[in-house]
Write a protein that binds this ligand. Structure first.
Ligand SMILES: CC(C)(COP(=O)(O)OP(=O)(O)OC[C@H]1O[C@@H](n2cnc3c(N)ncnc32)[C@H](O)[C@@H]1OP(=O)(O)O)[C@@H](O)C(=O)NCCC(=O)NCCS
Length: 176
């Protein structure tokens, strides 16, 4: 089983040999471990669900991992939106991108993203979407550096518990 390792200080200035490759089923433990190390929560079930498509041979594999010396140090989970009859539509999304804290600032995130973008381009995708929390200036700064811009579409949400006390919505429900 592959593990994530801290980068020895002596290696910090050395150019890393990074391998970017397609995500395989066997990468799941390494990915959940990296996610847990960074976020502090075990999200194995979440990743298992998200990566169910890996067992479907007809589905194009779009997620990627980054390895240094055989150790998983980053990953990108991306999807293509499937249209009718399983034919890819022309848009894709990035669900998660994560680089081991000890390996950040060494272009690994950018290499993951560039590889994903060129894969998507080759598949005829012309737009890639991702959602970033307003307060996460680090992640939005990274995406901005990599060419992402705010979308003209608005992401709307409704607090369902508050909405049940909202008289306008109750009025609408009378007509349903
Ligand atoms: C965002 C992240 C993927 C960047 O990976 P990385 O390997 O450190 O990034 P890179 O070294 O490839 O940086 C690429 C460019 O983005 C910029 N960048 C990276 N992190 C940045 C930050 N926090 N703020 C602003 N710019 C940033 C770099 O300066 C670089 O630009 P440059 O070439 O002009 O110097 C990494 O910091 C990370 O994993 N953060 C946590 C993300 C997270 O919470 N994911 C879970 C939810 S999706």
């Amino acid at each position: 089983m592959k593990s994530t390792i801290p980068l020895p200080h002596a290696l910090e200035s050395v150019k890393l040999k990074v391998l970017i490759r397609i995500f395989q089923q066997e990468d799941l433990p390494g990915v959940t471990r990296l996610d847990r190390n960074v976020g502090g929560k075990d999200r194995t079930k979440y990743y298992e669900r998200k990566l169910q498509h890996l067992s479907n041979k007809d589905q194009i594999r779009t997620s990627l991992v980054a390895e240094v010396d055989g150790n998983l140090v980053g990953f990108l989970m991306g999807y293509i939106y499937y249209g009718e009859y399983g034919i890819p539509e022309n848009s894709a999304s990035i669900d998660t991108i994560l680089v081991h804290p000890e390996f950040r600032g060494r272009t690994i995130g950018e290499q993951l993203l560039r590889t994903f973008v060129s894969q998507m381009r080759a598949l005829g995708v012309d737009r890639i979407y991702t959602l970033v929390d307003w307060s996460d200036t680090g992640l939005s700064g990274f995406f901005a550096k990599c060419g992402f811009r705010p979308s003209p579409k608005m992401n709307l949400e409704l607090d369902v518990r508050e909405a049940s006390e909202n008289s306008n919505l109750e009025m609408v429900s009378e007509y349903l």
